[in-house]
Design a protein around this ligand. Structure first.
Ligand SMILES: Nc1nc2c(ncn2[C@@H]2O[C@H](COP(=O)(O)OP(=O)(O)OP(=O)(O)O)[C@@H](O)[C@H]2O)c(=O)[nH]1
Ligand SMILES: [Mg+2]
Length: 449
């Protein structure tokens, strides 16, 4: 699980047992909810040993009130924590100031750096590693820029060197960003041409999307046939049908594609990274190409954990729709998952309460398999319509290979052989029908063979 990114040293990091965190959060009003940040800290391998919240306006220097920071220091001492994880957007100076109040060596980590840490640990493909690196560089860039401009303003003898140094750091970061972007772009182009190839072979592309921990990977395993089609994939733990899903945020980082078991359609199903709220744009953009398989799918299954409260479901649905908004080209089917955990009547209530954000959802349990047959039917009915066609072909070798091509790329409903011809009734995607027609037109008539 903790693969470690190539080329980065991990030996200085304390082992899991030594990573103890206090989680903290400030809200402007109401009461702060630490559930998600606690789950994120656990996903990054921290033992959460203490909690602290505050409701007040932001303090420019410390983010929290000064008294709260003293409380934080006491809590860190008492629990012997190695890190403080803050579920707010903590500025560089605030981070520095809070750190100065804490015992020596205690790290101050914000929501974004924590998520990056998780991604860094799980990045086990070249693409995921590049995306993590890109996000890290984009996080550093404004900080380097700030340092460079401060150093410039401060230009005094002796500080000159520092200013030049920071400008070169800034240039270096920009250069690395553009190199990584180029490499990611070429990976994205390869993936796009693979998607096109798959479409041309008659596959419909369906993507699983949704908030992290909604049950996407579990549902994927439920829908998937045994064959693994990701020929270039570096082996991913999620591909293992026997592997347990983990009740952990961001279990899936890369994308995996498998063939789904459907009645008629040949469907390729892609599992992707989960969405989460409050991500800065630079982080979302760094992972954009991971979401290409969602944006460019023929159909998106938006998975929601229906065992959560209506409010949580609504918030997560909104986050998911925001992520899909503008970029997504495909129809969306909402899937209410984990219905095995619902009390009688709860599903109907939630359907009604959420009809605005989730019209006509399909209810399933990826765990027990309940509702999965209905979901398959729904996928087939929502996919872009197939065309019906009848072709009358001569009985030649070329025609027979066309017949088997049509079997591979569509759904043959009737195949009638007469003396010198075969009549084929079939359904397929419009593009496949068009290709079948033109192949048929190119066949030599039976008499002349
Ligand atoms: N009770 C119940 N638990 C489920 C169901 N589906 C998934 N889970 C559990 O929910 C947790 C998350 O499942 P995953 O399939 O890993 O979720 P995911 O959406 O792929 O999560 P990320 O990859 O982290 O974004 C696991 O503990 C699963 O066992 C379900 O239908 N019922
Ligand atoms: Mg997953």
């Amino acid at each position: 699980m903790t693969g470690g990114v190539e080329g980065r040293t991990t030996d200085t990091e304390p082992s899991a047992a030594e990573r103890r965190a206090v989680v903290a959060k400030r809200v402007e009003s109401g009461s702060a909810d630490l559930t998600e940040i606690t789950q994120l800290a656990a996903a990054a391998g921290y033992d959460v040993v203490g909690e602290l919240t505050q409701t007040r306006t932001e303090d420019a220097a410390f983010m929290f009130g000064k008294g709260k920071v003293a409380e934080l220091r006491d809590l860190v001492r008492r629990t012997d924590a190695t890190a403080v994880v803050i579920d707010n957007d903590v500025g560089p100076y605030q981070t520095f100031n809070i750190g100065g109040e804490l015992p020596e060596g205690v790290e101050v980590i914000d929501r974004f750096t924590l998520i990056l840490e998780i991604f860094g640990q799980r990045a086990n493909t070249r693409k995921a590693q590049l995306q993590v690196e890109l996000a890290e560089l984009r996080y550093e860039l404004p900080r380097a820029e700030a340092k460079a401009s401060l150093a410039k303003r401060d230009e005094r003898p002796g500080f000159m060197g520092l200013g030049e140094y920071d400008e070169s750091v800034e240039r270096d970061i920009k250069r690395q960003i553009s190199e990584i972007r180029d490499e990611l772009e070429s990976i994205a182009e390869k993936e796009e041409s693979r998607r096109e190839q798959r479409r041309n072979s008659g596959f419909d592309l369906v993507a699983l999307a949704g908030y992290t921990n909604a049950g996407k990977s579990t549902l994927m395993r439920r829908l998937a046939a045994e064959i693994d089609v990701d020929e270039n994939a570096e082996r991913h733990p999620d591909l293992d049908t026997t592997a347990e899903s983990q009740d952990m945020l961001f279990t899936t980082l890369g994308t995996t594609t498998r063939r789904a078991e459907m009645e008629k359609r040949d469907v390729l199903l892609t599992d992707t990274v989960g969405f989460i709220a409050d991500l800065p744009h630079w982080l979302v953009e760094s992972f954009e190409s991971t979401l290409d398989s969602v944006y460019r799918a023929d159909l998106v299954l938006l998975v929601v954990d229906a065992s959560e409260s209506v409010e949580e479901m609504r918030e997560k649905l909104v986050t998911s729709h925001d992520t899909l908004y503008e970029r997504n080209e495909a129809p969306i089917v909402t899937v209410f998952n984990k219905v095995d955990r619902l009390a009688p009547g709860e599903l109907a209530d939630k359907r009604a309460a959420l009809s605005g954000v989730a019209p006509d959802p399909v209810a399933v349990s990826a765990k027990t398999g309940a509702g999965v047959a209905e979901l398959r039917d729904r996928v087939e009915s929502e996919l872009p319509d197939w065309e019906r066609e009848r072709l009358v072909l001569p009985l030649s070798d070329d025609a027979m290979s066309l017949v088997s091509w049509i079997h591979d790329h569509g759904h043959v409903e009737g195949e009638a052989y007469a003396d010198d011809q075969v009549t084929l009734d079939f359904e397929a995607k419009p593009s496949i029908v068009a290709r079948a027609r033109s192949k048929a037109a190119g066949l030599a008539p039976a008499e002349s063979t």
